[in-house]
Ligand binder design. Structure first.
Ligand code: HEM
Length: 300
C-alpha cells in the first residue's frame, strides 16, 4: 500500500484553510504540480499543520498518463424546482488544518506564494470547528462516519497498486440560511436531517421522511452500506456561513450517487436540507499518495 497523505486522517484540528486554484497554463502544469508536491512533502511536523493536496483528475491523468478511475465535476446536477448543484472544477485543492488559525494562515500564504507564478486562487475559505463536532445548524456531523480503524479502507484506493494509498475527494461549499433554519422548531429541524439534535440518534423507519438528509444519503446496494469518509468543516462569519463539505472515497460512483439523490435527480425527491443550504461550488480531486507526490516532486 502506498503511503496516504496523513492529513486525510489527522483529527483534533480546529483551524482550517481551504483553497482551490486554477493553473495559469494547464499545458505547462509540471512546475506547479512539482512545487506543491515538494511543499507538501517537506512540510515539517513541527509546523503543526496538516496539508492535503488534491489535483483535478483529468489534469493528473494528462500529466502522468496514469488512469485514476475518477472524473472531473464537469456537469451541473439538476434537480426539481430549479434546484441545481454547480460544477466549479478547479485544478488544485489545498486543505490546511492546524490547531490555530495563525498557523493555518501562514502555511497557506507560504504555499500560495510558491504557486504564484503557476496558479491563481479561485476560492479561499477559512474554516473552524463549531461546538466540537457540530455543523452550524447545531447538528452533530460525522456520526455515521466509519470508525478510525476502518476509515482508511473506506477512503483509500487499494488497487491497482500504482494508485494504492491515494483517494478521491469531493469538495463542495454549501452556504447556509441559518435564519430560515433556526425559524423551524427543533422537531422540524430534526425531520430535515432524520436525526435528533442533541445526541444524533437516527429516526426509525416510521419517523424518517423520504426527503430527510439521512434518508437521501445512506445508500445501500442490497444489504451492503456504501460508506464514505466525511471531514467537512464549518466556515464563515456570523452573517455569511455554511459548510465546506469534504469527503474521501475510493469509489467516486457512490459519492456521485449521493449528490444525485440529494438533488432529486434520481427520483424527484429533493433533500430537505437543500431548502436551507445551497451548494455554491463543486469539484472532485484526485488525492495522490505520498509516493505519487514524490514522483510529481521529482518532475514526473
Ligand atoms: C450543507 C451540507 C451538509 C450538511 C450540513 C450535512 C450534515 C449532515 C449531518 C448532520 C448528518 C447526520 C450525522 C452523521 O451521520 O454525520 C449527515 C449525514 C450524512 N451525510 Fe451529510 N451534510 C451535508 C452534505 C452532504 C453531502 C453533499 C453528502 C454526500 C455527497 C453527505 C453525505 C452524508 C452521509 C453519507 C451521511 C450519513 C448517512 C447515514 O448513513 O446515516 N452530506 N450529514
Amino acid at each position: 500500500m502506498g503511503l496516504p497523505q496523513s492529513g486525510i486522517f489527522a483529527l483534533g484540528t480546529s483551524a482550517h484553510s481551504i483553497v482551490e486554484l486554477q493553473l495559469r497554463n494547464p499545458e505547462e502544469s509540471g512546475s506547479g504540480l512539482a512545487a506543491i508536491a515538494r511543499f507538501a512533502l517537506e512540510l515539517n511536523t513541527t509546523n503543526g499543520v496538516n496539508l492535503v493536496v488534491g489535483i483535478r483528475p483529468s489534469l493528473f491523468m494528462s500529466h502522468t498518463a496514469i488512469p485514476v478511475m475518477a472524473e472531473d465535476f464537469s456537469t451541473r446536477i439538476e434537480g426539481p424546482d430549479g434546484f441545481s448543484m454547480p460544477a466549479t472544477q478547479a485544478d488544485l485543492w489545498l486543505w490546511f488544518a492546524a490547531a490555530s488559525q495563525d498557523r493555518a494562515f501562514d502555511c497557506t500564504r507560504k504555499a500560495l506564494s510558491l504557486l504564484r507564478e503557476a496558479a491563481k486562487t479561485v476560492r479561499a475559505t477559512t474554516g473552524w470547528t463549531y461546538q466540537g463536532n457540530r455543523d452550524l445548524t447545531g447538528f452533530i456531523d460525522g456520526t455515521e462516519n466509519p470508525p478510525a480503524a476502518q476509515a482508511s479502507e473506506v477512503a483509500l484506493i487499494d488497487e491497482p497498486a500504482r494508485l494504492a494509498g491515494s483517494s478521491i475527494a469531493l469538495v463542495q461549499r454549501w452556504r447556509h440560511d441559518l435564519d430560515a433554519f433556526s425559524s423551524l422548531s427543533t422537531a422540524e429541524q430534526e425531520k430535515v436531517f432524520g436525526r435528533t439534535k442533541p445526541d444524533s440518534v437516527e429516526f426509525d423507519e416510521a419517523q424518517m421522511s423520504a426527503d430527510a438528509h439521512v434518508a437521501r444519503t445512506s445508500l445501500k446496494v442490497g444489504n451492503e452500506a456504501l460508506p464514505i469518509y466525511r471531514r467537512s468543516v464549518p466556515y464563515g462569519d456570523a452573517a455569511d456561513n455554511g459548510l465546506v463539505f469534504i469527503a474521501f472515497t475510493h469509489d467516486q460512483a457512490r459519492v456521485a450517487l449521493m449528490l444525485a439523490s440529494m438533488s432529486g435527480e434520481t427520483d424527484g425527491v429533493r433533500d430537505a436540507l437543500t431548502r436551507f443550504s445551497t451548494p455554491e461550488s463543486g469539484a472532485y480531486y484526485f488525492v495522490p499518495s505520498f509516493d505519487l507526490l514524490e514522483e510529481l516532486a521529482a518532475g514526473y
